[in-house]
Design a protein around this ligand. Structure first.
Ligand code: 3EB
Length: 333
């Protein structure tokens, strides 16, 4: 009997040739994209800086304080759009951008229940289409409403946990996330998902959010510090909103400049943990108090030298946090 042909493919080394090419590109602009949305996975419009509405746009109630206000997530190939109940989405076969809103009334009746239902719908939707969630953005109206465990952010975290913590080991497959308070009415959740599995990265300077102790609420927040995506032509690091938290504690109470320095130290540690030669592609800086734009002028100008910058007005989820930075880093192949 003839011998079976020898297989020469190495099984242990990373086979770069088997990685997919980047299925999206983020591009920041100052105006709504004109007309053609056929290669637009998602378009996020911050505040009312830009006149008009985009039919498939994601309009976020975070006023633009400085920098660019429109995020275009471009697709290399034409997208197809669809809806599933209250979910609206666009996908290109490798990546999917979706959004869902929970109206103010449902949120007020029971924030945890409304949040749980929303995350269940998103999970079921992504499972049905064969996508996994890479990153979620959560914009929460009146985020500090209520006292103690009844605070809206803590109830949001509780509802999200109930929806996502259904399987053993769920902590290992959480997306990166941002949670910001707005002056809008609805809870807005939007997300980027893909076919490809990302690698969750935790920050050695910070307790994993899913391990935060009881003092921050009835359940710990369900998100990874960052998600790394490896492509044939490079890599992306989708970083969660990063604040002045070391271990699980807020540092530099009442000192926004000190908090900003701590955030940059957290981001340095996170990049090192993610193991590539990362370059800052773009940064979102959220300020609780718009006045900080003036008092932190020098520091903010320095950030704008590093990467495309967007400064937005929003509440950070712990009331002792003055600011938060959400970066996208990338690396070449
Ligand atoms: C923190 O590190 C700051 O609940 O989805 C940052 C990013 C924060 C995401 C979330 C919360 C969330 O705990 C707060």
């Amino acid at each position: 009997m003839p011998a079976a042909p020898m297989r020469t493919t190495p099984q242990t080394t990373l086979n770069v040739g088997s990685l997919p090419p980047r299925p999206f590109r983020l591009r920041w602009t100052d105006t709504l994209p004109a007309g053609d949305e056929s290669r637009l996975l998602g378009c996020v419009i911050h505040g009312a800086a830009v006149p008009g509405r985009l039919p498939h746009g994601i309009h976020v109630d975070t006023p633009l304080l400085a920098g660019h206000g429109v995020e275009c997530w471009d697709s290399p190939v034409p997208v197809s759009r669809g809806g599933a109940g209250d979910i609206a989405y666009a996908e290109n076969g490798d990546a999917l951008f979706g959004q869902l809103r929970v109206d103010a009334a449902a949120l007020s009746v029971d924030t945890a229940a409304a949040t749980e239902q929303a995350f269940r719908r998103i999970s079921e939707f992504l499972d049905a289409l064969g996508y996994r969630c890479w990153r979620m953005w959560n914009y929460i109206p009146d985020i500090h409403r209520g006292d103690g465990d009844q605070e809206r952010y803590r109830q949001f975290v509780l509802g999200r946990y109930r929806a996502l913590a259904t399987r053993e080991g769920f902590e290992q497959s959480l997306p990166a996330a941002t949670a910001i308070g707005t002056q809008g009415d609805d809870l807005l959740i939007y997300w980027l998902a893909g076919r490809h599995t990302g690698t969750a990265i935790e920050n050695p300077r910070q307790t994993s959010a899913w391990r935060y102790p009881r003092q921050y609420g009835p359940r710990s927040p369900s998100f990874a510090r960052a998600l790394r995506l490896d492509w044939r032509d490079g890599a992306d690091l989708l970083v969660s909103g990063t604040a002045s938290i070391v271990g699980h504690e807020t540092l530099h109470h009442g000192d926004p400049a000190g908090q900003l320095r701590e955030i940059l130290a957290n981001l340095d540690a996170l990049r090192a943990a993610a193991g590539r030669d990362w370059r800052a592609h773009s940064l979102k800086l959220f300020l609780r108090d718009p006045q900080l734009l003036t008092t932190l002028r020098t520091e903010i100008d320095a950030l704008a030298q590093l990467a495309t910058l967007s400064v937005l007005h929003g509440d950070i989820c712990r009331s002792d946090l003055h600011l938060e930075i959400e970066p996208l880093y990338d690396a070449s192949a």
